[in-house]
Design a protein around this ligand. Structure first.
Ligand code: CA
Length: 255
């Protein structure tokens, strides 16, 4: 039996008045989630909070009985991956419902990325450009593919990574909760080992720091709380142009 320890930190940054990022940590159900809201009049804050709460509630409610209702079960992945995927789809519905209920919220949306651990498997699911990484054996592996226009151009071979980084459309996300009526959730499963660190973050970290820089903070071997603090400080030191959020879940060997 493995154990999990997790921590997170979210900061408004140096250029904005409001923090539209939100995160949730549920040690009992072994789940961590980050959401990065968008929309005028600070409505991004509303969207990201609705999403985090909805994901947490669904995971909690389905601890003893699995359900994907009213969505179709995805037979390619385990039931716990289906659980996380369904939690995100429920969150999408809740954001849409809030918009329907209050017309002033039209245009709000949010990214979401979550990791749900079950046994030796981690389900990783996301929508948008918030990311999940895994730090293992001195290396940082990106577990998610940004749902952004520039990343899709990179994958298709039309843009280089360097061109994407400075492209004027680099902030355009192609998927978000609260957008179209159906949301496509990417979900994958990875095998968990003691010592792994699962890292979730908003783009306020990854637009300020290169992956190599992020990696250097993990290599120093500090406690996870210290790594969160240092990464957020570094993003702010580099300008803090966006809200920044980092959540780290550490896998510990069991008794
Ligand atoms: Ca952001």
């Amino acid at each position: 039996m493995i154990r999990v320890r997790a921590c997170g930190l979210s900061d408004v940054g140096r250029a904005r008045n409001h923090n539209e990022d939100c995160f949730g940590i549920d040690p009992e159900h072994r789940m961590v989630v980050v959401a990065d809201g968008m929309g005028g009049h600070n409505h991004g804050e509303v969207a990201s909070r609705i999403a985090v709460k909805a994901v947490q509630e669904f995971v909690e409610q389905t601890a003893d009985h699995d359900t994907t209702w009213p969505f179709v079960y995805d037979a390619r992945v385990s039931r716990h991956s289906n659980r996380l995927k369904t939690a995100i789809r429920m969150a999408h519905d809740k954001v849409l419902r809030a918009i329907r209920h209050d017309g002033s919220l039209i245009g709000m949306g949010t990214t979401v990325v979550g990791v749900l651990l079950q046994g030796r498997i981690a389900a990783v699911a996301h929508v948008g450009d918030s990311r999940a990484y895994r730090f293992r054996d001195g290396e940082l592996e990106l577990l998610t593919q940004d749902h952004t226009w520039v990343n899709e151009q990179v994958v298709a071979g039309y843009l280089s990574l360097e061109q994407a980084r400075v492209h004027p459309l680099k902030n355009v996300v192609t998927r978000a909760l609260g957008g179209e009526s159906e949301v496509l959730v990417d979900v994958r499963e990875v095998e968990v080992e003691p010592g792994d660190l699962y890292v979730l973050c908003s783009d306020g970290l990854t637009t300020m720091l290169e992956d190599e820089e992020i990696l250097s903070y993990f290599k120093e071997g500090h406690p996870i709380e210290e790594i969160c603090r240092r990464l957020v400080d570094e993003a702010n030191q580099k300008g803090g142009l966006d809200n920044v959020t980092v959540v780290i879940a550490e896998i510990l060997a069991g008794d």
